[in-house]
Design a binder for this molecule. Structure first.
Ligand code: BES
Ligand code: MN
Ligand code: ZN
Length: 462
């Protein structure tokens, strides 16, 4: 599997890397030898974002690296490009970096950019970074490790990652952190979580609710819920091939929730954590749930199925009903829920929904701090009428083409009505192309921001 992210011990001999902003370039250039200045001119080096020059020493080896940061306000993960540009070996960030440089952010970007999915094919050796002085290296490694774990889950195709393997991932995480796991499946699932059962029953790989608990009884309760659809064919409302191609990533919400839980537990935040993952495969079979079926939900509401491809909200609804009954201090769900959210905001910007304006502000602040961007969308209550059904309490889809991400979010709210401190993330879980720190493929979105949010709300040494 993937090599775990790590940083070399501080003090390890390594090639220095000077990260240069447009403003800082003149000063750094003046400090270079005549030969190196001439070399930079010869290769036309400029401190533009992502540009690099390797400066040779007398012995012909790489003596120093210059790396362009670009203008202020650019990509804060730009240093995530370095592992893909440098030859294997040990590197460290130069002492006396320019003012535009943040060593902690750069080290995180480096580790995020070092990720390769190696389950089926080895990746070439990658360069290593020495832990910069004055940063919490252990925390950076914990964050990057959790992201790598989540990316591996998203990248693993559905033939090797079904509901049972999602459960195994939760059990492994629990074992690492001394958490407990309970799993509901079979008849108990059909009785207590009827919509999770209905969505998952067409697959020979049994649906289940995974329930992880960790932390001290007296601490504030944080419940994370992650959509764990191992593969989404659409069900009987089957997706066309282009729409199905990437649907191994439909457990990207579960991956984000697992990664956030990993960060919270690994750094020992003073909360009581509960992680709920409804894990299913939305498959096609003679016993699949159908358009027009009416399901009873855990919350007691009846739900008419307008479209079997709107399965995520069904399984989340039963998990949210359980969460709501526990009166959490904070409830967060993560889901690759709608194509509409992607149309609105694109792949890099998950949508979030909450009724609580001050919580929304905290989410935006944490998104900025954690370099994990999101955008708020409205829980516009009048649109709830779009989910009306003629035979049941509500339909799982709106009939028309409008506001698909909002109606999905409003659907979820019906099942957790008591919990006001509720955030719903509608995320994509995939990088369509490589960008610094974000290699093409499975992505863990919103977990770093959620970790930051919980850490600020319930600080470790309060
Ligand atoms: N998993 C999909 C949503 C999705 C599709 C996320 C593509 C990211 C990329 C979800 O289960 C789904 O199929 N949603 C439907 C809902 C519709 C039937 C109301 C959608 O968005 O088309
Ligand atoms: Mn679907
Ligand atoms: Zn889905």
């Amino acid at each position: 599997m993937t090599r775990l992210p790590d940083l070399l011990p501080s003090g390890t001999t390594a090639v220095p890397v000077a990260c240069v902003s447009a403003a800082g370039w003149a000063a750094i250039r003046e400090g270079l030898s005549q030969r190196h200045q001439a070399y930079c001119a010869a290769v036309d080096f400029a401190p533009k974002a992502g540009r690099i020059v390797l400066l040779p020493g007398e012995d012909g080896r790489v003596a120093r690296v210059l790396f362009g940061l670009g203008e202020p306000g650019g990509d804060r993960l730009v240093a995530g490009k370095l592992p893909g540009l440098l030859p294997p070996g040990a590197y460290r960030f130069d002492d006396g970096q320019d003012a535009g440089f943040d060593a902690a952010e750069a080290a995180l970007a480096w580790l995020l950019g070092s990720y390769r999915f190696t389950r089926y094919r080895q990746a070439p050796l990658s360069p290593r970074l020495v832990a910069p002085d004055g940063v919490d290296a252990a925390e950076i490694v914990r964050i990057a490790s959790a992201v790598a774990m989540g990316r591996d889950l998203v990248n693993t195709p559905a033939n090797d990652l079904g509901p049972a393997e999602i459960e195994a991932a939760a059990r492994l995480l629990a074992e690492c952190h001394g958490a407990a796991v309970a799993v509901t499946k079979g008849e108990a699932l059909a009785r207590d979580f009827p919509m999770i059962h209905a969505v998952g029953m067409a697959s020979p790989r049994a649906p289940r609710l995974i329930d992880l608990t960790w932390g001290d009884d007296g601490a504030p309760l944080v419940i994370l819920v992650g959509k764990g659809v191992a593969f989404d064919t659409g069900g009987l409302d089957i997706k066309p091939s282009a729409g199905m191609l990437l649907m191994k990533k439909d457990m990207g919400g579960a991956a984000a929730a697992l990664a956030a839980a990993d960060m919270v537990m690994a750094s020992g935040l003073p909360v009581r954590l509960r992680l709920l993952i409804p894990a299913v495969e939305n498959a096609v079979s003679g016993n699949a749930f159908r358009p027009g079926d009416v399901l009873r939900s855990r919350a007691g509401l009846s739900v008419e199925i307008g479209n079997t491809d709107a399965e995520g909200r069904l399984i989340l609804a039963d998990a949210l009903a359980l969460a709501d009954s526990e009166t959490p201090d904070l409830l967060i769900d993560f889901a690759t829920l709608t194509g509409a959210a992607r149309v609105a905001l694109g792949p890099d910007l998950p949508a979030f929904f909450t009724e609580d304006d001050s919580l929304a502000e905290a989410v935006m602040a944490s998104a900025k701090a954690a370099i994990d961007p999101v955008w708020r969308m409205p829980l516009h209550a009048p649109y709830a009428s779009l989910l009306e059904s003629k035979v049941a309490d509500l339909n799982n889809v709106s009939g028309g083409p409008f506001a698909g991400a909002i109606t999905a979010a409003l659907f979820l709210r019906r099942f957790a009505p008591k919990t006001k401190a509720h955030i719903h993330f509608d995320l994509y879980g995939w990088n369509p192309t490589t960008k610094p720190g974000r290699p093409e493929g499975g992505e863990v979105q919103t977990a770093r921001l959620v970790f930051d949010l919980i850490k600020r709300r319930w600080p470790k040494w309060a």
